[in-house]
Design a protein around this ligand. Structure first.
Ligand code: CP
Ligand code: NVA
Length: 320
């Protein structure tokens, strides 16, 4: 029988009051605590508790979203709290109103802010001016909440991520950067395969290499062979639409196909953060391939983010 937690048996929140702008905002031990909570939530052990009762989270969107919006909203509801979605058409972050003033208003009403933004700097500005936790729900630089769900999926499917070969193929974008951070935190062996000129962020790479993480950058497609995890993301991220044609040409050949999946490890898995641009970075037959875990991964967005919200906000008392 699934053990059910009570208010007296909840784990200690390990990130109380912190911001989460990057995966490196938690230590390896804190990541373990968050992923363990995520698995316990997925097993249904948190059904009887409402640890965020009376707390509210603002969801600020400069860009579109299906998964991030739905999972934060449903996640707050399931934990007993409440979410309010604010689109940029409504609040005009930095245009209708200064980012710092948005932060100084929101902190008076809500207990946390999730931001999906163009610039990582906008998140730092929100965090600097808001006394409540700020969570990165994707920026041009990083997508750390996605990687929590990704590593929950990897560990669920393959056991410990340590030493596993995680091969990311495609654009050296926000996902690629966050993958390097997870290599630093978990000891996975991360390979980033991109066309020439589309390599990931140099500062993130330098930090990762200096930390001793096992990171390989290459333009060579044969690096995919034998991967434990093959991961891809869109070639044209939100905000890059003007470069679509030039990018489609540059990335030709870097598409994940069922034939490519046949070359990864026999028990290897295929992950994609979604949305997929079929015909570009992948094809529907790859999503449907027996090695694909992309919808399991999407489900884990809910569990991983609920765990994050609990560890960030679980020690707060309602202010009203
Ligand atoms: N993977 C992801 O963040 O999906 P959305 O853009 O739909 O939120
Ligand atoms: N790299 C993509 C991820 C979408 C979830 C983007 O930034 O649009």
């Amino acid at each position: 029988m699934t053990p059910t937690l009570t208010p007296h048996t909840l784990p200690q929140p390990v990130l109380a009051g912190r911001d989460f702008l990057s995966n490196l905002d938690m230590s390896a031990a804190e990541l373990r605590a968050v992923l363990s909570t995520a698995s316990s939530m997925k097993r249904g052990e948190w059904k009887q508790v409402k640890p965020l009762a009376g707390l509210s989270l603002a969801l600020v969107f400069e860009k579109s979203s299906l998964r991030t919006r739905t999972t934060f909203d449903v996640g707050m509801y399931q934990l007993g709290g409440h979410a309010i979605t604010l689109t940029n058409a409504e609040i005009g972050l930095g245009t209708r109103e200064r980012v710092s003033d948005v932060a100084r208003n929101l902190e008076r009403w809500v207990d946390g802010i999730m931001g999906r933004v163009y610039l990582q700097q906008t998140l730092h500005e929100l965090a600097q001016h808001a006394s409540v936790p700020v969570i990165n729900g994707l920026s041009d630089m990083l997508h750390p909440v996605q990687l929590l769900a990704d590593y929950q999926t990897i560990e669920q499917e393959l056991g410990s991520a340590q030493g596993k070969r995680v091969v990311y193929i495609g654009d050296g974008n926000n996902l690629a950067n966050s993958h390097m951070h997870m290599g630093m935190l978990t000891g996975s062996r991360v390979t980033i395969v991109t066309p020439v000129g589309y390599e990931p962020n140099g500062a993130v790479l330098l930090d990762a290499v200096r930390s001793g993480a096992d990171i390989t950058l290459t333009n060579d497609l044969s690096a995919v062979e034998g991967a434990d995890v093959l991961y891809t993301d869109v070639w044209i991220s939100m905000g890059m639409e003007a470069e679509a044609d030039i990018r489609r040409r540059a990335f030709a050949g870097y598409q994940v196909t069922p034939q490519m999946l046949d070359t990864i490890a026999p028990d290897g898995i295929f992950l994609h953060c979604l949305p997929a641009h079929y015909g570009e970075e992948t094809v529907p037959e790859a999503t449907e391939h027996p090695k694909s875990r992309v919808f399991e991964q999407a489900e884990n967005r809910l569990h991983a983010q609920k765990a994050l919200l609990y560890h960030l906000m679980g020690a707060m008392q309602p202010r009203w």
